[in-house]
Design a protein around this ligand. Structure first.
Ligand code: PEP
Length: 253
């Protein structure tokens, strides 16, 4: 059965002490409120805090993910971080193709595909983001955009490799804007994505793939978003920076 996942993308926020405090608060809350048996929490801090988070995770309740990875294995790429480096730090997940990386750092579907390959080679599960910008939604192109991102970024994988992938549908117009997709809008695209996966890899693979929603998800709307049959959790930005909000989202299943 596919997992329900709540992943926190901290982006470029928090000093070390603030990050440490956030993780301690999350753990404290999780000691009193139990997550559903099928729910996985993932923290995706900035690179310098990965080790602090994996140290905590040894004794507790969440997995640790990176926010980015380089698409090469090693070499002269100053300032970059490779998949083997992440694997050597016990990082289990990595976000790929986030709309901010696509918009500000030229991350194309071809680069997404290469990053996914690097991660899978190193037993790290990619959380692959897709989603349309506002003009594309207004032009009714959201299905075409998402289909292209998933096909070009992921469909070179065989079924076994694809089975390691988590997908996050994040309408760009909803990210950090306070504007959330309606539960109906989310369900419609999530069902479409699951259909694409079923067409390519078969129903079993599709049924086992976790498809997360991202875009201004918060405790007040998580329940109705997650109640949809094809919404298997959330990739959470702003609300993951606050322990109580983040834990309450994870409790919304
Ligand atoms: C994100 O950037 O992945 C995200 C979903 O951000 P927010 O929750 O702040 O909209």
């Amino acid at each position: 059965m596919r997992k329900n996942i709540v992943a926190g993308n901290w982006k470029m926020n928090k000093t070390f002490d603030e990050a440490d405090e956030l993780v301690s608060q999350i753990i404290e809350l999780l000691e009193t409120k139990e997550l559903g048996e099928n729910t996985r929490m993932i923290l995706c801090p900035p690179f310098p805090y990965l080790e602090m988070c994996t140290d905590y995770s040894n004794e507790s309740y969440f997995s640790v993910g990176a926010q980015n990875v380089n698409d090469n294995e090693k070499g002269a790429y100053t300032g970059e971080v490779s998949a083997p480096m992440l694997a050597s730090m016990e990082v289990e997940y990595c976000i790929v193709g986030h709309s901010e990386r696509r918009a500000y750092y030229g991350e194309t579907d071809a680069i997404v595909a290469r990053k996914v390959d690097q991660l899978l080679k190193n037993d790290i599960r990619p959380i692959v983001c897709c989603g349309e910008v506002l003009e594309e939604r207004e032009a009714g192109k959201q299905f075409d955009v998402v289909k292209r991102q998933i096909t070009d970024g992921l469909f070179h994988l065989d079924a076994e490799a694809f089975g390691q992938v988590v997908i996050a549908y994040e309408p760009v117009w909803a990210i950090g804007t306070g504007k959330t997709a309606t539960p109906q809008q989310a369900q419609e695209i999530h069902a479409f994505i699951r259909g694409l996966i079923a067409e390519k890899y078969g129903k079993e693979v599709a049924d086992n793939t976790s498809i997360l929603y991202g875009g201004s998800c918060k405790p007040s709307n998580a329940k109705e978003l997650f109640a949809n049959p094809d919404v298997d959790g959330g990739l959470i930005g702003g609300a993951s920076l606050q322990a109580e909000d983040f834990v309450n989202i994870a409790l919304a299943f």
